[in-house]
Design a protein around this ligand. Structure first.
Ligand SMILES: [Zn+2]
Ligand SMILES: [Zn+2]
Length: 301
């Protein structure tokens, strides 16, 4: 299987339309070394005619156009065989509404997330305009299941949901907090047995997550807990937003140390200093054996 980063920014993107932080100004000015990023979304290309989307970002239409492997091969067609959601954040699900053109969809989510979206959010009725338009399939924590397209044909990739500390987004609050609110996806190529682990939102380390995998993509939203305050764009701390910062004694560089071949930070907020081409923070990430995801980055596993 191949893994392609469709977008590597946190919600809002990079630059973000209403953000004038130093990073957003630098990338808007096209300063050398700076790269814009769309909102976080990952494609796993299982074979020539079957691809899996992990999350569906608000930038999905543009991300699909930029990715030849995800283009239709017939007047009405898509190689997207299944979509797997890590949580109900708007930056992870709004793109589903861009996939509403009468195309059958197989959507995998925990039952907690499915129920919150479909039963509490009337907009999702647009994905249920005819029988079979959306086939929602439940992800149960710690139980692997093989992914299939809307018609039930196997894709050759299995997924296992791992509970990850997080919190439900504002539009889903009120429901009881559940370990199903936020998950990491372990995707395994059933032919080669190779695994990629995708954890774009994590409030704390998860023991063993990524061990033995070829690739771990992990929450790189913030470098420090008080980053928004420092950039003067907000007061919320990373911990309140359920994101483990990268830096510091309690950060992911110090505490997330999986034995896996490649480690990438993704879901990067536009205020994060690792976006700056030669910042000390970026160099620290590299020195620790991690890399920083870019839109369009692709790895064959
Ligand atoms: Zn997000
Ligand atoms: Zn910004």
């Amino acid at each position: 299987m191949r893994v392609r980063v469709l977008g590597a920014a946190a919600g809002g993107g990079f630059p973000q339309w209403n953000c004038g932080c130093a990073n957003c100004r630098a990338v808007r000015a096209r300063e050398p070394g700076w790269r814009a990023r769309t909102q976080d979304c990952l494609a796993v290309i299982a074979s020539d005619d079957a691809a899996i989307l992990c999350n569906a970002s608000p930038d999905l239409a543009r991300q699909l156009e930029a990715t030849v492997a995800l283009h239709p091969r017939a007047p009405r067609h898509t190689p997207i065989s299944a979509i797997v959601l890590t949580n109900g954040d708007l930056d992870h699900v709004l793109g589903l509404l861009s996939l509403r053109e009468a195309q059958p969809l197989a959507i995998y989510a925990t039952e907690t997330v499915r129920r919150s979206l479909v039963e509490r959010n009337a907009l999702f009725a647009t994905l249920a305009r005819f029988p079979g338009q959306s086939v929602w399939r439940p992800l149960e924590l710690d139980r692997e299941r093989e992914l299939a397209d809307p018609a039930g044909k196997a894709i050759g990739v299995a997924v296992r949901a791992r509970a990850v500390p997080g919190k439900p987004p504002a539009h889903l609050r009120g429901a009881h907090p559940s370990p199903e609110d936020n998950i990491a996806l372990e995707l395994r190529d059933v032919r080669t047995d190779r695994r990629v682990v995708y954890a774009p939102n994590a409030a704390a380390p998860v023991p063993g997550l990524g061990d033995g995998a070829e690739l771990l993509l992990f929450d790189g939203t913030f470098w420090s807990d008080d980053e928004l305050g420092r950039a003067e764009v907000g007061a919320a701390r990373a911990a309140e937003m359920a994101h483990l910062p990268i830096g510091g004694a309690d950060g992911s560089l110090a505490r997330v140390r999986p034995s896996c071949r490649h480690k990438l930070f993704t879901h990067i907020n536009n205020t994060n200093p690792i976006l700056a081409p030669s910042s000390p923070e970026r160099l620290a990430v590299r020195a620790a054996g991690w890399d920083i995801a870019d839109d369009g980055m692709e790895l064959a596993l």
